[in-house]
Structure formats: structure tokens, C-alpha cells
Design a protein around this ligand. Structure first.
Ligand code: URA
Length: 198
């Protein structure tokens, strides 16, 4: 069993916050263990809580379409969430719940070592850049400590607000080029800076 699979088992046994009392299944994450791209959503919804897999409901269908627009399938990337258990009534995760889950996501990132972390939505963005707002920074890559971060709107936003659909699609289409440019970045100390792509 891989270290990541063992970690996912530990996550499934987690009792660190109140969400453990409400969940049906824990949703640790799924995908390629050596993925270049790690997508981080907010929290499992009803479908994910039933199946124990991330992004398997309507937002997941849209995410799969977005992936396919850049020639990828979900098994080519890793998909996880800021919070691993469904908040009751699909409410937003509370700061204490995000904090309780922090170590799990950090350990997943340390094992997967993705080249790019795509944050999906507000909660995922503020997990890494607490002072940024999604409306301002979506579609703009940033490099920090050797990892590229790429903020996108959450795919569910397009389901509630149709006008965002094209923005999300356009942001996704930029990913291959950003990854390619990231590959050309020189190794060595990396300061927090915007890549001058777009
Ligand atoms: N929304 C999320 O943020 N994560 C999921 O896994 C499903 C829907």
C-alpha cells in the first residue's frame, strides 16, 4: 500500500471535528498519486458523501468536461477538498473545520508533490492566499515555494451563475501553457511572484 493510500485510510478514520458525526462517508481525495495537477475543491456534497469520492455530482460532471477540454481525464490528475467531510445541509465549512482538516491536505500535497495546485473557489483560494479575492485573481498563476498556484472559480459557480461558465472554461484552457512555462522557470530560490503570462 502506498503512503498516500495509507494517509487516505487515516483520513477516513478522522474524528477531529464535528463533521465526523454527520458524515456518511469521508472523501479523502482520488486520482493519480504522482499527478502534476492537484485540484482542490471546497467540501464534499451529497453525492460525494454517498460515494466517498470527490466531485461525482453535477459540479464534478462540469469539472470532467473542463478537464477534457485540455485533454485530461480525472484519473490523470488528483482531486481533493479543503474539508474531507460533508458539512450538514451543504453549508459552507466553518473556519474550525477547515483548520481541523489542514494537516490532511498538507500531507496529501507533501506526498503528491504536484507541479500546480488549482484552487477551486473561495475557500480553497483562501487556504493558501487568505487576503486574495477570487474575482481579482482567478486565471492568474502564482509561484510560491516551487509550486504553481492557479486560482479558478468553483465549477459549481457556473451551475448557479451561468455567466461564469465561459470564464471558468477560459481559465481552464490556460493551464497547459502555464504548466509549460512553469517548466522553463529556473530552479533555485523562488520568491512569491506573479508569472508574467497573462
Ligand atoms: N464540491 C466540492 O467542492 N467538492 C466536491 O467534492 C464536490 C463538490
Amino acid at each position: 500500500m502506498s503512503a498516500l493510500a495509507r494517509l487516505c485510510d487515516d483520513i477516513r478514520a478522522c474524528q477531529e471535528c464535528e463533521l465526523a458525526r454527520h458524515r456518511n462517508r469521508v472523501v479523502p481525495g482520488a486520482g493519480a498519486e504522482d499527478a502534476d495537477l492537484l485540484f482542490i475543491g471546497e467540501a464534499p456534497g451529497w453525492h460525494e458523501d454517498q460515494q466517498g469520492r470527490p466531485f461525482v455530482g453535477p459540479a464534478g460532471q462540469f469539472l470532467e468536461q473542463l478537464l477534457s477540454s485540455i485533454g485530461l481525464r480525472r484519473d490523470d490528475v488528483y482531486i481533493a477538498n479543503v474539508v474531507k467531510c460533508r458539512p450538514p445541509e451543504n453549508r459552507e465549512p466553518l473556519p474550525a473545520e477547515i483548520e481541523a482538516c489542514r494537516m490532511w491536505l498538507d500531507r496529501q500535497v507533501a506526498l503528491i508533490r504536484p507541479r500546480m495546485i488549482v484552487t477551486l473557489g473561495r475557500h480553497s483560494l483562501s487556504r493558501y492566499f487568505p487576503t486574495e479575492t477570487i474575482g481579482k485573481v482567478h486565471g492568474r498563476p502564482r509561484q510560491l515555494d516551487g509550486v504553481l498556484y492557479y486560482p479558478m472559480y468553483h465549477p459549481a459557480a457556473a451551475l448557479h451563475q451561468g455567466s461564469l461558465r465561459q470564464t471558468i472554461e477560459a481559465d481552464m484552457l490556460k493551464i497547459p501553457e502555464i504548466l509549460a512555462q512553469g517548466r522553463e522557470e529556473p530552479p533555485g530560490p523562488i520568491e512569491d511572484r506573479q508569472l508574467s503570462l497573462f
